[in-house]
Design a protein around this ligand. Structure first.
Ligand code: PGA
Length: 251
């Protein structure tokens, strides 16, 4: 039965193999609690020279609006703490939405153009929010396809409170985020989920109705989606589980 750490190791192995195949891989990267074991594994592998990120390019999925990049609650600061400061990614290769941009719409357009300029995203690694969100695409009647300004739900602000001294009211009310269409534009998507707290929403996303009420369900439209879940997160899935609880959808 895979634990969170076992899944993170398998993920890191798979990612290192992808980078070995394509040294200038273009990644979309998530923040949150879920990717932390993966980032720890990557830092570890880099320390022992098992992987170099020197030519890899990254685009983070989202950023809070109104925060300077060096604010400790920003996703940029999160990435510095947990990955960027510890590996050999080039600063110029780190794509980030500028939460402080005066013209947020122009910033979103710049981001889409930067992704296109990099040749598109080879591999988008995404988590799933407890409410089914992907990046900051919150459940709604309609979703915005491309990178845009999003209003954050109370749940999401609560979930991000640890970055802001456990005070949900200190969490920004808006964010800049890749759209679900931006994520679906990646050549491959890896959805990662860990812990019992994700079991219900993962089952809904993978086996429930496909639609904007559960943005993660839309990932099932992608021809190369891989779901990486630990045992606890996979507990409510009904269909065939492999040893690592990986599903290859549409292959
Ligand atoms: P989490 O967040 O990894 O902190 O659970 C996932 C998400 O909101 O996408």
């Amino acid at each position: 039965m895979p634990t969170e750490v076992e899944v993170a190791r398998a993920l890191a192995d798979a990612l290192v193999a992808e980078i070995a195949k394509k040294r200038d891989l273009v990644l979309a990267l998530p923040t949150g609690r879920t990717p932390l074991p993966l980032y720890r594994e990557l830092v570890q592998r880099h320390r022992v020279r098992a992987v170099s990120f020197a030519r890899v390019r990254t685009f983070n999925l989202d950023e809070f609006r109104g925060l300077p990049a060096d604010h400790p609650g920003s996703f940029r600061a999160f990435m510095e703490r947990h990955l960027f400061a510890h590996v050999d990614l080039e600063k110029a290769h780190l794509g980030f939405l500028d939460g402080e941009a005066d013209d947020a719409a122009a910033e979103c357009e710049r981001y889409e153009a930067a992704i296109a300029g990099a040749g598109g995203i080879d591999l988008a690694i995404v988590g799933i929010g407890g409410n089914g969100h992907v990046a900051f695409n919150e459940p709604a009647e309609k979703l915005v396809s491309r990178t845009h300004v999003a209003k954050l739900t109370r749940n999401t602000r609560q979930a991000n409170a640890p970055l802001f001294g456990d005070d949900p009211s200190a969490v920004p009310t808006e964010a800049l985020t890749m759209g679900i269409g931006t994520v679906l534009g990646a050549r491959r998507i890896w959805l990662i989920a860990a812990g019992a707290g994700k079991a219900q929403i993962l089952a809904r996303a993978l086996e429930g109705e496909v639609g904007p009420a559960c943005p993660a369900s839309l990932l099932r439209a992608h021809p190369a989606l891989t779901v990486w879940a630990d045992d606890a997160a996979a507990a409510q899935l009904s269909r065939g589980r492999s040893l690592l609880h990986r599903w290859f959808v549409g292959r």
